[in-house]
Write a protein that binds this ligand. Structure first.
Ligand SMILES: *Cc1c(COP(=O)(O)O)cnc(C)c1O
Length: 394
């Protein structure tokens, strides 16, 4: 073998039998080979297990899929290159021309855009309601057969809580699938409800570090099997290195989520007692309109705390600029705390009525609580609120 051949066929190193790595290796390989053409054909006919091409499946991404399916209490999972890819590929795989979809004003913007603009181009119609309008859901399902109901809980940014059991009852009575974006609640919550398909952004709590993007679609085996070929062709596959980073993040998922949720509750309590604050939106507060429902459905009320400043937009601008520990940017679930103002929440596609339903006011602030010390966060928020009220000397 000449050296220019050798560099393309380096010596293989395999672990001897009885010797294991504690952390599974990253299978950073696009292709996998069988020992013969016949075995390759058997694999392609589905007669033997294995891996062939990483756009379809890869051992590292598969390990992440199996872990997430188990956490969410379902049989199978498909991971994708981003949360948006999980939403769009799942909805594309589940619908066809002529289908009808029920969706909600209180929904992550790109998902709403996907349903209202992109699916519409392919002849899929929709009804847009408020997540609190269960009678509206029932009427819409009675008026027209729906393929699926797509929702989130708690919702972004004002943390409305969907009644999942009621939505499941209504959807299933009408022969529709219930599809839930469970990103805010995480992988350990809501699995006991009769949700057909969960979608997640892995960019948030799964990685936790804010340095990698990913998405997941989780459901019973038959539904996931039906989507697998479509996903391979749509091509928004998660890279094995990203899957490895997300698997590493998952080891600290529970410690992070629970610590961040406990701090979020303290922040919400602090805000509720502050003179500059009109109202606080956090499902863990007894003052939240759906607190009882949230406590029935969730073990942790999440790490997003929203509130309305009495001083409106001007106060919100002063508050956002005064904060030192909160980064002014999108996303959530990372170890560092973040802040969003209405200018960055992007609800421009909504008409005035729908904007009223979205409950985003000029003084609405969304905080994503990280892993910093709670006392440092409260001190920062406190000085920010003084600046917002205009009493901070500036
Ligand atoms: C972030 C987010 C998404 C999209 O996830 P990406 O990984 O950013 O593509 C979808 N749904 C919700 C609720 C989100 O917060």
């Amino acid at each position: 073998m000449k050296d220019n051949t050798r560099v393309n066929h380096p010596p293989p190193v395999e672990l001897p039998p009885g010797n294991h790595a504690l952390v599974a290796p990253i299978y950073q390989s696009v292709k996998f080979e069988f020992d013969s053409l016949e075995e390759t054909e058997r694999y392609l006919r589905g007669e033997r297990p294995g891996f062939f091409y990483s756009r379809a499946s890869n051992p590292t991404t598969r390990q992440l899929e199996l872990l997430l399916a188990q956490l969410q209490g379902r049989e199978d999972c498909l991971v994708t290159a981003s949360g948006a890819a999980a939403v769009s590929q799942a909805l594309l795989a589940l619908t066809k021309q002529g289908d009808h979809v029920i969706c909600f004003v209180e929904t992550y913007n790109p998902s709403r855009y996907f349903i209202r603009r992109l699916l519409a181009r392919f002849g899929v119609t929709h009804t847009l309601l408020s997540i609190e309008d269960l009678p509206g859901v029932e009427r819409a399902l009675a008026r027209q057969h729906a393929r699926l109901v797509f929702f989130e809980s708690p919702t972004n940014p004002v943390t409305r809580v969907a009644d999942i059991a009621q939505l499941a009852r209504l959807a299933h009575a009408a022969g529709a699938l219930l599809v839930m974006d469970n990103t805010f609640a995480g992988f350990h919550q809501h699995g006991g409800f009769d949700v057909d398909v969960f979608v997640h952004s892995l960019t948030k709590y799964a990685s936790g570090a804010g340095d990698v993007m990913g998405g997941a679609v989780i459901g019973r085996a038959e539904l996931i099997r039906g989507m697998r070929t479509d996903f391979g062709v749509l091509g928004g596959t998660l890279d094995p290195h990203a899957a490895f980073l997300i698997l590493r993040g998952m080891k600290t998922y529970f410690v992070r989520y629970r610590t961040q949720a406990a701090t979020a509750l303290r922040v919400a309590q602090f805000l509720e007692g502050h003179a500059a604050v009109e109202r606080v939106h956090y499902p863990g507060l007894p003052s939240h309109p759906q607190h009882a429902l949230a406590m029935r459905q969730m073990q942790e009320a999440g790490t997003i705390v929203s509130f309305d400043l009495k001083g409106g937009e001007a106060a919100g601008r002063r508050f956002a600029d005064a904060l030192q520990l909160f980064a002014l940017t999108a996303s959530l679930g990372s170890t560092e705390s973040l802040i969003l103002t209405p200018q960055l929440m992007g609800n421009r596609d909504l008409n005035p009525e729908e904007r009223a339903v979205s409950a985003i006011t000029p003084g609405t602030i969304r905080l994503s609580i990280g892993l910093e010390d709670p006392q440092d966060l409260l001190a920062d928020i406190s000085q920010g609120l003084e600046a917002a009220a205009g009493s901070g000397g500036g």
